[in-house]
Design a protein around this ligand. Structure first.
Ligand code: GLY
Length: 345
């Protein structure tokens, strides 16, 4: 059984029908137990398909968390650790994370910390998690309104990205994942922009290939991997800001704005193309002027910052090259003004 990608000697990535890979992969390993982690949305829309394809029995122990980014917190971790305790999971057990970015990041974190670490696999069900979150070993949770600030690097034993699950997604969630594909396009493979409306297994492989190349070169984000944060410095701040309102944005909606604002603020040569691409797939979001102080405060907490300076990671002129740019407050204000005055952006 050949994997599509071998991220490292212990982490294979399979793209396509998981019925053709997962049962044999699992049978070749001798786990003492299996715990399935999923959320309420996936329990309804993905679990029946997963049971059918994986050949796991329907009575496999499962922990189900409430769906949504607001659940990505320490209380939910405690509930998952408690399920691990109740099912008496030992270090030879396997956790299967079936879901989007929240399930994968949080489930990976719980597995990576339970009894100092046990195996887990990612079965991503959203475009965002197939192309980005499930690949690369970032696990963690949000804390005090800051996204992904508590976590560890821990590679899953395998990733099974089956596009069948994309059919279960509401249109808004499907679009959300497109932001990461757009990001991969501008990082290393512009041809991906032609695939955005048809994310089949071949297109997924192209997008995942960009991520795998970056992670292989810099698994612990000492340098090049920061490139995968393109759009995410300002984007995360915008996402956190809207999370506290009645109209939260999806991750992708926030990251699309982040890519436009960061490109503009950095004076990137391809800003107009980034802007036009994002505008084709994402609606313009009114950003109130009153949001700026909170956005600046949130930006101070970004993980890429050094010595108090706010830093953004952008693609350089060559594919797979990184530019680190400092963002000062005046530039942020100017970028926000630009965005507000350009409703097509
Ligand atoms: N999602 C960014 C990364 O995995 O590095």
């Amino acid at each position: 059984m050949n994997a599509d990608f071998r991220l490292d000697p212990d982490c294979d990535i399979f793209v396509g029908d998981l019925a053709a890979t997962f049962p044999a992969w699992l049978a070749a390993r001798h786990y003492s137990q299996v715990l399935l982690l999923t959320d309420t949305h996936c329990a309804r829309h993905c679990l029946p398909v997963f049971f059918e394809k994986s050949k796991l029995p329907a009575h496999t122990p499962a922990a189900v968390i409430v769906a949504g980014e607001s659940e990505k917190n320490i209380s939910t971790c405690m509930a998952v650790w408690d399920a691990m305790r109740q099912h008496k999971l030992d270090r030879k057990a396997l956790v299967i994370n079936l879901g989007g970015g929240v399930v994968g990041d949080l489930g990976g974190f719980c597995a990576a910390t339970w009894k100092r670490g046990m195996d887990f696999v990612q079965v991503p069900t959203t475009l965002l998690s197939m192309t980005d979150a499930a690949v690369g070993g970032k696990t963690g949770i949000d804390f005090e309104g800051l996204k992904n600030v508590v976590g560890v690097f821990q590679q899953p034993r395998a990733v099974f990205a089956d596009p069948v699950f994309l059919k279960t997604l509401p249109a808004r969630e499907q679009r959300s994942g497109m932001a990461e594909v757009i990001k991969h396009a501008f990082i290393g493979d512009l041809a991906l922009l032609d695939d955005l409306d048809n994310m089949d297994a071949a297109a997924l492989r192209r997008s995942i290939a960009v991520k795998v190349r970056v992670v292989q070169e810099d698994p612990l984000e000492r340098g090049l991997r920061m490139l995968l944060n393109y759009g995410h410095s300002i984007g995360h701040a915008i996402e956190s800001y809207f999370l506290d309102t009645d109209a939260p944005l999806t991750h992708g909606e926030a990251i699309a704005i982040g890519m436009v604002l960061e490109s503009w603020a950095a004076g990137a040569a391809n800003t107009a193309m980034v802007q036009a691409t994002c505008a084709r797939h994402f609606a313009h979001v009114p950003l109130p002027a009153a949001a700026e102080p909170r956005l600046w405060e949130l930006l101070q907490q970004d993980k890429k910052n050094e010595a108090g300076a706010v830093r953004m990671a952008l693609p350089g002129e060559q594919p797979f090259s990184l530019r680190l740019i400092e963002l000062d407050r005046e530039r942020l204000q100017a970028a926000l003004t630009h965005y507000r005055s350009a409703p097509q952006a």
